[in-house]
Design a protein around this ligand. Structure first.
Ligand SMILES: Nc1nc2c(ncn2[C@@H]2O[C@H](COP(=O)(O)OP(=O)(O)O)[C@@H](O)[C@H]2O)c(=O)[nH]1
Ligand SMILES: [Mg+2]
Length: 382
């Protein structure tokens, strides 16, 4: 799972990236090993079943558990340089677009305070909807150029082969074909009109790169509800965020100035010093920084993921070494026990016999979809 942070310069992408990946060093084993310089590990959060099962604790291995919340790692990409004209190669734009092709979803970072212009220079009264529109136009132009290029390349060949060419954009051949049928496009892709290329690219973009908007720098916005309303008109989910507040909160805890009260999400001062108290009061007064809520929305709503927990010993909710709920896996909504087996190991999947719901100790039907929080024992011939 790869999520890209995109936006015009100085809107807060890197700050958001740092806020979301800050704690990543604390979790030892990620299910992926190669991490690019601008890539980090962030965490989708979901209630850990150890709480509802009344277990004293869990022993997370591929994930973390904080205050009863399971933290499932995902990859996050800070994509700088997606400026106006990027699709024509401006500012090494093509390279950034190539990085983005692998993303499953995008967070478009807008400056809700209106205090940075298109180039990232200080200003006042900048329309934050522009921050989204320019990005949208760049993404659209990029998708159009990819579609046009491959449509011409596929001249004289069956349309089926054109869909295969698009898989680099992380779109399934099924989805690519479905859109073409829906738009009633001609079989010969090199004959598609400009409008047909535009419409096809737009549908492809929306399905392969779902967007949410971070209305960032909300702490510095003058009229929060007005800004949100303007951004909501773009037609994507909008989240009021303050990456700066999120980072400040983490730093206050890390530096020993405060504890985080899990229930209220507020900082509790550990120091009597007025300057520190004042800084903490400011953070607490702002309230929810919105950053984690937004990421969870991307994973569980935009990308329709669930979290499932495989165990070998369903009576103890543990693996063979007695480790309780060691692993958490993200799966597509609708995934079955077999698909969970595929995520774990190819042997487990090829020898798959059936799955057991550890809560009920009952066999799951072959086609039964797993639910988020399910604890599952896979029974395999291998
Ligand atoms: N007030 C405020 N400033 C922010 C916030 N997020 C980022 N900034 C500031 O905006 C500037 C640009 O941030 P940066 O993350 O480097 O932007 P990028 O170019 O999009 O990566 C820096 O001075 C940040 O401190 C926020 O939530 N609130
Ligand atoms: Mg940056």
């Amino acid at each position: 799972m790869l999520i890209g942070l995109v936006g015009l310069p100085n809107k807060g992408k890197s700050t958001l990236f740092n806020a979301l990946t800050g704690g990543s060093a604390q979790v030892a084993n990620y299910p992926f090993t190669t991490i690019q310089p601008n890539e980090g590990v962030a965490f989708a959060s979901s209630p850990c079943p150890h709480v509802a099962l009344g277990l004293p604790k869990c022993d997370p291995n591929n994930s973390g558990c904080q205050n009863g919340i399971r933290k499932v790692p995902i990859r996050l990409l800070d994509v700088a340089g997606l400026v106006e004209g990027a699709h024509e190669g401006k500012g090494m734009g093509n390279q950034f677009l190539a990085d983005l092709a692998q993303a499953d979803a995008l967070i478009v970072v807008a400056d809700a305070s209106g205090k940075t212009d298109d180039e990232g220079n200080p200003t006042t009264g900048h329309d934050p909807a522009r921050d989204v529109r320019i990005l949208e136009e760049e993404l659209q132009a990029w998708f159009q150029s990819v579609v046009r290029k491959n449509a011409l390349k596929n001249k004289g060949r069956p349309l089926k082969e054109f869909f295969t060419l698009l898989t680099g954009l992380k779109v399934s051949e099924n989805d690519a074909a479905h859109i073409a049928t829906d738009l009633e496009l001609p079989e010969e892709s090199s004959q598609w009109t400009k409008e047909e290329v535009h419409d096809y690219a737009e549908r492809l973009r929306k399905i392969s790169k779902p967007i949410v908007i971070a209305a960032n720098k909300m702490d510095a916005a003058e009229n929060r509800s007005a800004v949100l309303e303007v951004l909501q008109k773009r037609g994507y989910p909008v989240f009021a965020t303050s990456a700066e507040m999120a980072l400040a909160k983490q730093k206050a805890v890390k530096n020993g100035f405060a504890d985080l009260d899990a229930a209220s999400g507020k900082l509790v001062a550990k120091s009597e010093e007025p300057a520190i108290q004042k800084a903490l009061d400011r953070i607490n007064a702002f309230g929810d920084d919105g950053v984690q809520t937004m990421l969870d929305h991307v994973v569980f709503n935009s990308l329709k993921q669930i979290v499932a927990y495989p165990v070998e010993d369903e009576k103890k909710y543990a693996n063979n070494f007695g480790k309780v709920l060691p692993d958490a896996f993200l799966l597509n909504q609708g995934a079955t026990g077999k698909e969970l087996a595929e995520k774990i190991h190819t042997d487990l999947a090829s020898g798959f016999l059936y799955a057991i719901d550890a809560r009920t100790k009952m066999r799951l039907g072959k086609d039964t979809a797993l639910k988020t929080g399910d604890v599952v024992k896979i029974v395999s011939a291998k």
